[in-house]
Ligand binder design. Structure first.
Ligand code: FAD
Length: 277
């Protein structure tokens, strides 16, 4: 089948790879290319956050965790590692951690290596060509899915230099903002914030200072780490992820704070829905 995937964030690219692996012809079209999406801002821990419904989230997370763990063991240059971490108040844990700029580059390359295409296109409506259309437009589903239940939950991060940290930290205890410290090979992502219905992507210096202070309470060495950049991403939040087929369109959006975590699980279900067409 000829499938058009709308969206080049982590959800669209993962769906494209799965569909190509099933031998479909796949063209990805997107207003923002992978390194311009919300997905590139993600920290990214493989762990559900601000997303539903719980039973499906648990299944999708399990599938993705398995894929990411296999990737981490593969030794390829995709930015996926399994790292030990501290979940404050709960203890030591281990989880896949994804360096998003590196991973999205790898995913986009995989789409092309499998014979798919990736084209910049700003759509006013879902395409009317193709045997199937997969709608992975994130917040863009407000327009492309006529779905106003998808809203932004803005998240700000501060990216600092590596200071020799090889474990992640997460503090999501109730009654305080969620704080995380997620190391990559050459930098560390500090977060975060979650501002519902906030559309601005301009980082706030006051919020950045607060993030660094909270992170330094977990890892004191971060207090004086050199800041490399500030980023804000708009999480595409919805009461529940929408993954359903309507005619020849398979909708897959609304992944909130967990698009990376759910990506492979959702891609598998999308491939199944396309197969049933
Ligand atoms: C600060 C922060 C930290 C995060 N940390 C984590 C984490 O640790 N773990 C985790 O799992 N998740 C995390 N997330 C959440 C994660 O980033 C999102 O859930 C994920 O990026 C959603 O992916 P997506 O592909 O659905 O959307 P996006 O990445 O937003 O991609 C949507 C795509 O659709 C395209 N599109 C939209 N409208 C149109 C149109 N009209 N025409 C053509 N194309 C269109 C866009 O251009 C884009 O290519 C974090 C998010 C933020 C902001």
């Amino acid at each position: 089948m000829r499938v058009v995937v709308v969206g080049a964030g982590v959800v669209g690219l993962s769906c494209a790879v799965r569909l190509l692996e099933d031998s479909h012809r796949v063209d990805v079209v997107a207003r923002d290319l992978p390194l311009e999406t919300t997905s590139v801002v993600a920290a990214a821990l493989v762990r559900p956050y601000r997303v539903g419904p719980p039973e499906l989230v648990a299944r999708w997370t399990a599938t993705s965790s398995e894929v990411f763990t296999d990737l981490a063991a593969s030794g390829e240059d995709h930015g996926v590692r399994v790292l030990p971490g501290t979940d404050v108040g709960r203890g030591d844990v281990v989880a896949p951690v994804v360096d998003m700029p590196c991973y999205l580059r790898w995913l986009a390359g995989r789409v092309e290596r499998l014979g798919g295409t990736l084209t910049r296109l700003n759509l006013a409506a879902l395409p009317d060509h193709g045997d199937a259309v997969v709608n992975c437009s994130g917040l863009g589903a407000r327009l492309l899915g006529a779905d106003h239940t998808v809203v932004p939950v803005a998240g700000q991060v501060v990216v600092v230099e590596q200071i020799g940290l090889e474990r992640f930290w997460l503090d999501d205890r109730a009654g305080r903002p969620v704080t995380y410290v997620v190391p990559r090979a050459r930098e560390i992502v500090l977060g975060g914030t979650a501002d519902e219905l906030e559309w601005s992507r301009t980082p706030s210096p006051r919020v950045a200072a607060d993030i660094v202070q909270r992170a330094a309470e977990l890892v004191p060495g971060l207090a004086h780490a050199r800041v490399l950049r500030h980023k804000v991403g708009l999480r595409p939040w919805r009461p529940d992820v929408r993954l359903e087929r309507v005619g020849r369109v398979v909708h897959c959006y609304g992944h909130g704070g967990a698009g990376v975590t759910l990506s492979w699980g959702c891609a598998q279900d999308v491939a199944q829905q396309v197969q049933e067409l």
